[in-house]
Design a protein around this ligand. Structure first.
Ligand code: GLN
Length: 247
């Protein structure tokens, strides 16, 4: 096959509003794991007022944030609801973390404030609990090779999934979506949500490569094998996080 110049367009949604616990590191990881393989990457920061073109992007990322910033992000996301829904239904790859994850569902009900409307890409809803769910967490993902995914969670929101929206992980250690049903995160088509901060992708290179592969397959309409990378440090970090979470 002739050498194709592969490229991916990334939309970083509201980085000035939702970007806590180093969630920006997810963009850096996705971008670098592409560039290290000769896949060109263009990152566009989507700020307030930006009208998203659903045909422009291959991967969307939105990070976490506190209730106040979530309120502003909710208003902005709603302005792009139909366009983001079109992207999701066309199998665009999305990763949403914590506060951003909550807003991809139907709503997030903070403890002492009015309900924040979500954009319903995920069939889920979130209500704030009295206790913050904080700590190291890991779980098993059925479609990730070696299938553990590790991270750090800090949320008061309790998320519940329905319909075709299925968990990302089965919790082994930690709280997950609601501390009760052993689910963590969510997936609908290629839309992924998770409570895992850290950021999540550097410590889970296989998960990151899974997202890259999905984005390439959607854009180029065929499986694109990814060159192996030296993930010695990433794997050591991943294993150390499992040990810490298991204590
Ligand atoms: N404000 C939300 C909660 O506490 C999300 C927090 C976050 O993004 N870490 O559940």
């Amino acid at each position: 096959m002739n050498q194709i110049d592969f490229s991916l367009n990334i939309a970083h949604l509201y980085p000035d509003l939702l970007n806590i616990y180093g969630d920006f590191g997810n963009i850096l990881t996705f971008k670098n794991r592409c560039l290290w393989r000769g896949i060109d990457v263009n990152v566009v920061e989507i700020k307030a007022g930006h009208r998203i073109n659903p045909d422009e992007f291959d991967f969307y990322f939105i990070g976490g944030g506190q209730d106040q910033e979530q309120k502003m992000a909710s208003e902005e996301l709603l302005k792009n609801k139909e366009r983001l829904k079109k992207a999701a239904e066309s199998d665009a790859v999305m990763l949403a973390v914590c506060g951003g994850y909550q807003l991809l569902g139907h709503y997030y009900q903070p403890m002492d404030d009015k309900k924040l409307e979500g954009i319903s890409l995920l069939d889920s809803y979130t209500v704030a609990g009295k206790k913050r769910l904080i700590g190291n967490i890991f779980g098993k993902c059925s479609y990730i090779k070696d299938n553990t995914v590790v991270g750090f969670e800090n949320h008061s929101g309790l998320t519940y999934l329905s319909g075709d929206t299925k968990p990302l992980l089965k919790v082994i250690k930690g709280y997950g979506n609601n501390g009760k049903d052993k689910s963590e995160g969510a997936r609908y088509k290629n839309v992924f949500g998770t409570y895992l901060h850290g950021p999540v992708l550097p410590k889970n290179p296989i998960f990151c490569d899974y997202l890259i592969s999905l984005a390439l397959k959607r854009k180029y309409k065929c499986e694109i094998p990814l060159a192996e990378l030296n993930d010695f440090i990433e794997e050591k970090t991943h294993d150390a996080c499992i040990k810490i979470a298991g204590k």
